[in-house]
Design a protein around this ligand. Structure first.
Ligand code: ACO
Length: 387
């Protein structure tokens, strides 16, 4: 410890900022000890059953459930804002099709800021326009990228379809069946917000420097892409595919081996939850409804057995399925490419990022944490030929 470093610096340090409040917030309440999750005070179970993604996005952004006229206006604004600039499409065409869609999304969103300059801090109208445009445009960018990398032209948005149904339509050119559209709608509600997670923190940090909202969302997309965060949904499916069958003995041996090697099992564990993530419970029920109609998948049986085995092996440590565990299985059944799972997460989470950005800007102070110094001080410079 250097003389300048005090004991209080040391005791204040929390790796990963665990249990360190980074903001005062009224966007999302979370009690991970009992699996309680609420957006603006409304339980996730109720919102996922009774509302639409559009309604939840409004709730997150503006703090209250919209009245009918408010929702109609917001929905109309979203539908009008779905089209992206043709130069963004041109830019996507120049990116390598082997690249990850999260990188394409991050680049496209950052570039969007060049088309819509303005002073977002001092102009509430500009802030609202940015929020609407970003929520409306992310699905268009992801769908356009999917089409372009497969050698197809992007599909124009359908103004008569809701947010989730239109996204699925822009991906495939086919209008989704109501159950599929509603399933995507609910999946988006479940992913829309989750308190001070890494990407939201990233959004707040970037926003606190008064960067424009496109830079904020681009930064958050980059953070979400990591396999310890949103990227886990893609990893789950890749991981489950390596398990040869759904026999309890096979899965037990596979999990024990991985845990013995201290390897993380994707889709399990959470900094906040010490019980099963309530979103995983809802997603699992949703999957079952889809499987009842369209047939089961072997990978789902492997997943449920892995959940059982993990409960026995590490349940006592509070390691249970998180939101990423069942989402990929569901998306795969809907015919969606594995590397689009995390972009779908981003399409939903953008509403939460923006809600936090608006909140941050209300009472902003730039993030500038301190550190615990571990280097050497006052070193003597030695000339190059004497080292
Ligand atoms: N598999 C096996 N062991 C685990 C797992 C897991 N998935 N998650 C945590 N653990 C163990 C750790 O090995 C560690 O054990 P130890 O105390 O014996 O060393 C203990 O639980 C604590 O783990 P940390 O990684 O320190 O917990 P942290 O809160 O820092 O990390 C995280 C949380 C990143 C989510 C972690 O659980 C993880 O890596 N999970 C797998 C990736 C994943 O699913 N991420 C998605 C999270 S949800 C989301 O972002 C949308």
């Amino acid at each position: 410890m250097t003389p300048a470093q005090t004991m209080s610096d040391q005791s204040a340090f929390s790796p990963g900022l665990a249990n360190v409040p980074a903001a005062e917030s009224s966007v999302c309440y979370l009690d991970g000890s009992i699996g309680k999750l609420q957006y603006r005070g409304y339980p996730i179970e109720v919102l996922s059953e009774k509302s639409s993604f559009e309604e939840v996005a409004f709730l997150l952004l503006f703090g209250h459930l919209p009245k009918r006229a408010e929702l109609e206006t917001f929905d109309r604004e979203l539908r009008r804002a779905r089209t992206i600039k043709f130069r963004i499409i041109d830019m996507l065409k120049l990116l390598p099709e082997s690249g990850h869609p999260m990188d394409a999304l991050s680049a496209a969103v950052a570039a969007m800021g060049m088309f819509y300059p303005g002073d977002h801090v001092h102009d509430p109208k500009f802030r609202r326009e940015c929020a609407v445009r970003l929520v409306a445009n992310l699905p268009t960018v992801v769908a356009a990228w999917e089409r372009i990398r497969n050698g197809d032209d992007p599909i124009r948005a359908r103004p008569d379809l809701g947010h989730a149904a239109n996204f699925l339509y822009m991906l495939s050119g086919e209008e989704p069946e109501p159950l599929v559209a509603r399933t995507m709608d609910v999946a988006m509600i479940l992913h829309a917000e989750h308190q001070m997670n890494a990407s939201t923190f990233s959004a707040r940090v970037t926003g606190s420097a008064l960067a424009d909202p496109y830079a904020v969302v681009s930064a958050a997309v980059g953070t979400l892409s990591g396999p310890l965060h949103g990227g886990a949904n893609e990893e789950v499916l890749k991981m489950l595919r390596t398990i040869p069958d759904n026999k309890a003995s096979t899965i037990r041996a596979w999990a024990e081996d991985r845990l013995a090697r201290k390897e993380k099992i994707s889709g399990f564990g959470h900094r906040e939850y010490k019980v099963k993530d309530p979103r995983a419970t809802i997603l699992q029920k949703l999957s079952q409804r889809v499987f009842e109609k369209y047939g089961n998948t072997p990978i789902y049986d492997i997943a449920t057995e892995l959940e059982r085995q993990m409960a026995e092996l590490v349940g006592s440590k509070g390691i249970y399925p998180n939101v990423d565990f069942y989402s990929g299985i569901l998306y795969e059944k809907m015919g969606i490419a594995t590397d689009l799972f995390t972009p779908i997460f981003a399409i939903a989470r953008v509403s939460g990022w923006l809600a936090h950005l608006l909140e941050q800007l209300q009472n902003n102070r730039i993030f500038r944490p301190s550190q615990v110094w571990t280097g050497q001080a006052d070193r003597e410079f030695v000339a190059l030929d004497r080292r």
